[in-house]
Design a protein around this ligand. Structure first.
Ligand SMILES: Nc1nc2c(c(=O)[nH]1)N[C@H]1C(S)=C(S)[C@@H](COP(=O)(O)OP(=O)(O)OC[C@H]3O[C@@H](n4cnc5c(=O)[nH]c(N)nc54)[C@H](O)[C@@H]3O)O[C@H]1N2
Ligand SMILES: Nc1nc2c(c(=O)[nH]1)N[C@H]1C(S)=C(S)[C@@H](COP(=O)(O)OP(=O)(O)OC[C@H]3O[C@@H](n4cnc5c(=O)[nH]c(N)nc54)[C@H](O)[C@@H]3O)O[C@H]1N2
Ligand code: SF4
Ligand SMILES: [Mo]
Length: 748
């Protein structure tokens, strides 16, 4: 548990400080980390003795998993006299390997947050200016079921939509489908991973998974574009990267900012923002022209090499230097090094991918480069995940299906998930069909969907808005009915099934009883189901029975899972392409598509083409943002343990530029965009050498203005308050959010 908790928390991160942490110390920490990993094989007895078997009187050790981000690391909650007093990593968990990140360690700050939603609430005022009435569960669920019936009668079931993020969302999706709607969405698609998943799907017929199938620990050369791992604190992935470096992997980081991981790199390429595609196309060209690609692999598995070669002929290193600010010799040197280390190279696909609007094409370029180097399905590149899973609850009736209802996002032919923005649009226009009700589960749409005004316009047209949350976040004020979910330490939830080289099955079970009147999703959805005449879809007595039946159907020993929290199943097959196990690619040609006919048929570039994006006007900076290692968006900024460590964000600005503007470290400023929007809050300046002169940078998740969020309220500035009309990716509808230009304005 030491590792980056120590790096980050103890040093009071604003990550500038981490610079002091040398690569050597970083690697030494890994030594300790790996010791933790070995523990998995010989699990300490005390971890296996939970509940009544506990050695100490009055103490229970309950294995469950974390929900402070979506990595879902296994943890063991120590319960003393009915209170959780501590959490530790579960050594069996493949996502955590016995350790938790700084946020995961702050579980008590989530569970015992006095600001939590405590009772069902009904809004007797208006959306946005609520007057709350405390309601009984019966009343709140009755109101919701009544309006759901009305919507179904007047507009059909497809007029109901679900926005969801997090494990419990599965129960709400099930309710929505049982009701007859297919309109579920998640900001984690069109506001996050959508373009990357689409780019890889179009190329390999498969996405990169979540957790991603990176084989970092065996890589000889890792390339990260953006991807600020370590600040983006996905537990096992950070451990893998560190392990790879310890084993001697080269690391190239492309980022306008010297991120924590860039500070450990062999090469940091401070690229001009919005030009990554130029760099990637130049790399692709060099790999082809200098014949650095994996001939056998490409010959056997890929199609379109010739067309690709012709399409990238114009992207010379000298041209790319002018676009990106990266010297041509560096571009060439790194391409050659990649060729030498291939196929044991991993050009990371990234995760937050909605950058500039041509993001699917940038992701395609990353996929193509990996394909040329032969890294897909190869050691040190991308491993092939285990197949299989755990089947859904057995014996449920089929979901009803409405015939002839048009898709809301028909404009985006390769959107593999409904986009949030299409649902918002249909709620405003009623086209291609009306949307009249929103369920919002574990999403803070006011901060996660760009163009808040548009969201408020959509909300005004609805007949029902239900928010299911744990805290009185910004979204709550716009709901008609608020349902308080109990936290992840107080509930049974859906299984978390992770596909790594092995299959990981994790169980969430309550460590303590729900506080106040909060309730779990399995209960809320079952209750609503029975009010809507959908009992047949919810036959389980309780969450435990639901899980037990699923496990039974999937051949998973439920008693063992309860005891250990995590069961890992070996897949048997090799995670790499080996003789006799030929991979298949789920693309129209059955091959890796370097040239995409699918894209061509829909009028898009079959090979990514570079287009120049606008650069900041005189006097403005590009607004960049990323993750604080100590917070998950606005999920944790109210957590009293984490707010103690980092209570607001600061504005990174290049020292020379800042001084030119007469700014000093710690000065308080507002931000004003080139479109004339001013941040409601203020932010403190942090002058740094670690950022280019044309951009400013801040951590996302701050600038919360919701009443009732006592620690997070009115601290710092949110990028979300400044991004107005996002540029949209025409291929899959992603909303690019790094297109805003700002200048700091002194307060007063
Ligand atoms: N601690 C913590 N960890 C998290 C999360 C969290 O909230 N907190 N959230 C999780 C989620 S959902 C996601 S999607 C991921 C997101 O994490 P990532 O996928 O790593 O996000 P990125 O946007 O790739 O990385 C941000 C970095 O991109 C750089 N950048 C900005 N513009 C450009 C550019 O034009 N080119 C290049 N090459 N770099 C640029 C920024 O300087 C910054 O260092 O993090 C996950 N991990
Ligand atoms: N401007 C801007 N927009 C962004 C991003 C950005 O960096 N900048 N990041 C994008 C990314 S990468 C992503 S993935 C999306 C994420 O956006 P969302 O999907 O909206 O996810 P979160 O911000 O994590 O939503 C958190 C909500 O879940 C609630 N919550 C926490 N735990 C529980 C629980 O156990 N049960 C329930 N019911 N609720 C719970 C929190 O209180 C909070 O209201 O946002 C995207 N939007
Ligand atoms: S990475 Fe951290 S916050 Fe995310 S699940 Fe793991 S311990 Fe929890
Ligand atoms: Mo995300």
């Amino acid at each position: 548990m030491l590792c980056w908790r120590k790096i980050s928390a103890d040093q009071h991160i604003e990550s500038g400080d981490v610079m002091k942490f040398s690569r050597r110390t970083f690697l030494k920490t890994v030594g300790v980390a790996s010791a933790g990993v070995t523990a998995a094989a010989t699990m300490p007895e005390r971890f296996l003795s939970w509940a009544e078997e506990s050695a100490e009187a009055g103490v229970k050790l309950v294995p469950t998993f974390c929900e402070l981000c979506f990595w879902n690391c296994g943890l063991i909650a120590r319960v003393e006299n009915g209170k959780v007093v501590k959490v530790e990593g579960n050594p069996l968990s493949l996502r955590g390997r016995g350790r938790l990140c700084g946020r995961g360690n702050a579980a008590l700050g989530a569970l015992y947050d006095p600001d939590r939603l405590k009772y069902p609430l009904i809004n007797t005022g208006t959306r946005g200016a609520p007057v709350w009435k405390r309601a009984s569960w019966d009343e709140a669920l009755g109101v919701i079921a009544g309006r759901m019936e009305k919507i179904r009668k007047e507009h059909g079931p497809e007029a109901l939509a679900l926005f969801s993020h997090g494990t419990g969302g599965a129960f709400w999706k099930h309710l929505l489908k049982a009701y007859g709607s297919s309109n579920y969405t998640a900001p984690s698609f069109a506001q996050c991973r959508g373009p990357r998943d689409t780019g890889f799907l179009l190329t390999f017929g498969a996405d990169v998974g979540s957790p991603e199938y990176y084989d970092f620990d065996n890589s000889r050369h890792i390339v990260l574009l953006g991807s600020h791992l370590g600040e983006n604190a996905h537990n096992s992935q950070v451990q893998d990267v560190v392990q790879g470096l310890a084993r001697g992997a080269r690391l190239t980081v492309v980022d306008p900012r010297l991120s924590n991981i860039a500070s450990k790199a062999d090469d940091w390429l401070p690229i001009k923002p919005a030009t990554d595609l130029a760099l990637l196309l130049a790399w692709i060209r060099i790999v082809i022209v200098e014949e650095l690609y994996d001939r056998e692999y490409v010959g056997k598995y890929a199609t379109g090499l010739e067309e690709l070669g012709a399409a990238v002929a114009e992207y010379t290193p000298e041209w790319a230097e002018k676009e990106t600010d990266i010297p041509a010799e560096t571009i060439v040197r790194i391409a050659r090094d990649l060729g030498k280390s291939a196929p044991h190279v991993c050009i990371g696909a990234g995760r937050y991918a909605v950058w500039y609007g041509d993001d699917t094409q940038r992701s395609r370029a990353i996929a193509i480069l990996n394909a040329l180097l032969g890294s897909w399905g190869r050691e040190g590149g991308y491993y092939l995940p285990v197949s299989g899973g755990v089947p859904e609850y057995p014996g449920l009736p089929e979901y009803p299906h409405s015939e002839g209802v048009p898709r809301l996002d028909e404009a985006y032919p390769f959107a593999s998930l409904q986009t949030t923005t299409s649902i918002r649009q249909a709620s405003i226009t009623g086209k291609p069909h009306p949307v009249k009700g929103w369920f919002v589960y574990g999403c803070n749409l006011m901060k996660t969907m760009p163009d808040r005004e548009e969201t408020i316009r959509a909300l005004a047209n609805l007949d029902l808005v239900v928010a299911i949350d744990v805290l009185p976040v910004d979204m709550i004020a716009h709901a008609d009915v608020v349902l308080p979910e109990c936290t992840y330490l107080e509930r049974y939830d859906n299984l978390s099934v992770g596909k790594f080289k092995e299959l990981e099955i994790s169980l969430r079970q309550p460590a303590v009883e729900p506080l106040w009147e909060s309730r779990p999703s399995w209960w809320m959805t079952r209750e609503l189901g029975s009010r809507l005449g959908l009992q047949a879809y919810f036959p389980w007595k309780d969450g435990e029975e639901y899980l037990a039946r699923r496990c039974e159907a999937g051949g998973v020993e439920f008693a063992e899972l309860k005891k250990k929290g995590v069961i890992v199943r070996s897949g048997g097959a090799s995670p790499y392409i080996v003789p006799g196990s030929e991979p298949t690619f789920d693309t129209p040609s059955g091959k890796i598509e370097l040239f995409s006919k699918q894209l061509q048929e829909k009028g898009f570039d079959p090979v990514p083409k570079y287009t120049r994006h606008p650069q900041p006007p005189q006097g403005y900076f590009r607004l960049l943002f990323g993750r604080s290692p100590l917070h998950t968006f606005s999920r944790t900024t109210n957590n009293f343990l984490l707010a103690d460590l980092q209570k607001e964000n600061s504005l990174w600005i290049n020292s020379r530029k800042g001084r030119e503007l007469g700014l000093k470290d710690g000065d308080t400023v507002q931000l004003e965009t080139s479109a004339g929007v001013t941040s409601p809050g203020t932010i403190r300046v942090k002058l740094t050498e670690r950022l280019r002169e044309d951009a400013v940078y801040l951590y996302h998740g701050f600038g919360v203005h919701a009443a009732g969020m006592t620690r997070a309220g009115n601290r710092g500035v949110g990028d979300d308050e400044l991004i107005a009309k996002p540029t949209v990716d025409p291929i899959m509808g992603g909303t690019a959010m790094r297109t805003t230009f700002v200048k700091p304005v002194r307060r007063g």
